[in-house]
Design a binder for this molecule. Structure first.
Ligand SMILES: *Cc1c(COP(=O)(O)O)cnc(C)c1O
Length: 396
């Protein structure tokens, strides 16, 4: 007899380390903006694996590109060149205007590399090993020790101290709070262009320009985490491109491979030519041919399907609908966000609403206890927005 959903859930709970409180559903396949569980129940997906599956599920060209690469070669080693990695790196340079690319396997690993590059850049200048990094309260940069050290959530950090040390925290969009943390040992200022897990807070133009000016004045590196807000999510390939302010180092992951685990950190020429050198950093899998074939195809499909233009259009519609909902519902404090990275802040916890939405066939996720986050596949249509709003209204 075929195993049912409950059996798989029980088996999962006895085999996997319990680091997530999972929703009681086993997802089996996807099609466009819909996911299906083992029982064939359909869900409209406004999470996309947390801002990952930008192109929608079951994109034939994407799937075929991966299959073709599997039949050629899946892995080599970074001691040799491979064609997909070269093509993917060239494409990343082109869309970002950055100069050097290092491929990783995840967002956290991209952050680790960015932090190492910043420390090495400063070390090359003065030979000191006590440099400091300024990060933001409520930020999220990943769960590895370096990424965790710059994550502005004390609950995530506490049990794992001591982390890498010499990290100071300031507030996003409060330039004075950043200035107050600067010392003669500051080597980098790190933040998400749009804070994700912390509650969907976009950086202001003033803040972006202010940090850039501070960094230029003191030769401090500006590091932008674009792991969640990058890859077209805000209607720009990278969210910082809207501001006319360019980072020295940036990180990308999540939608970069649209489901294949891949990330990258990118450096400008100044930083790239005087930080990590041969022997300073490495990875076995990072930039392997399969992952990079995915990256190449993602960029190709972004162009072919005019994803950036589409996001600008459909996100204006989503904002309008969310604003209307916020106006109708007393429990909603406000909407904020950028493009298809939106949050509705409630004056109460949203866990119950999200569970109800799942029952009704809509997948949503929170960002902090009181905020519903909307990070759907970038290919959603206005009709999908209408369908989502109708279900959400029912659940409120
Ligand atoms: C998800 C996320 C990370 C960590 O990425 P992983 O691939 O989970 O390691 C880092 N920064 C931001 C902004 C993220 O949203």
């Amino acid at each position: 007899m075929a195993k049912d959903m409950k059996t798989y859930i029980d088996e999962a709970e006895s085999a996997l380390l319990h680091t997530y409180n999972r929703y009681q559903v086993v997802l089996e396949r996807g099609d466009g903006v819909y996911l299906y569980d083992m029982n064939g129940k359909r869900y409209l997906d406004f999470v996309a694996g947390i801002a990952v599956f930008a192109l929608g599920y079951g994109n034939k060209e994407y799937n075929d590109a991966l299959k073709e690469q599997i039949d050629k070669i899946i892995h080599t080693s970074n001691y040799y060149y491979n064609i997909p990695a070269v093509e993917a790196a060239k494409k990343l340079k082109e869309v970002s205007g950055m100069d050097r690319v290092f491929f990783t396997n995840s967002g956290a690993e991209a952050m680790e590399g960015a932090i190492k590059a910043a420390r090495k850049y400063a070390y090359n200048k003065d030979g000191r090993t006590d440099h400091e990094i300024i990060a933001m309260n409520h930020s999220f940069h990943g769960r590895t020790m370096g990424a965790l050290a710059v994550t502005g959530n004390p609950h995530y950090r506490e049990a794992f101290e001591p982390l890498i040390g010499n990290i100071r925290f300031a507030d996003l969009n409060d330039l004075d709070s950043v200035k107050a943390q600067i010392t003669d040992r500051t080597c980098a200022i790190i933040f998400e262009t749009v804070q994700g897990e912390g509650g969907i807070y976009p950086a202001t133009k003033e803040f972006m320009e202010g940090v850039r000016a501070i960094c230029d004045e003191r030769d401090i590196l500006m590091i932008l985490d674009e792991v969640q807000c990058g890859m077209g999510r805000t209607g720009y390939m990278y969210a910082w491109q809207k501001y006319g302010v360019k980072p020295d180092i940036m990180t990308t992951a999540k939608a970069l491979g649209c489901g294949v685990p891949v990330g990258a950190f990118l450096l400008n020429e100044k930083t790239g030519s005087s930080s990590l050198a041969a022997g300073d950093h490495g990875t076995t899998y990072g930039g392997n041919p399969l992952a990079c074939a995915a990256v190449c195809k993602v960029f190709e499909l972004f162009e072919k399907e005019h994803i950036l233009e589409h996001v600008k259009e459909v996100s204006a519609y989503l904002e309008e609908k969310l604003n209307a909902l916020a106006g109708e519902c007393e429990d909603i404090k406000c909407r904020r966000g950028a493009g298809l990275m939106q949050g509705l802040e409630f004056n109460k916890p949203v866990g119950g609403i999200i569970t109800k939405a799942m029952d009704e066939g809509l997948i949503l996720i929170n960002a902090g206890s009181n905020i519903i986050r909307f990070v759907p596949p970038l290919v959603i249509k206005k009709q999908d927005v209408d369908d989502m709003i109708a279900i959400l209204q029912k659940c409120l």
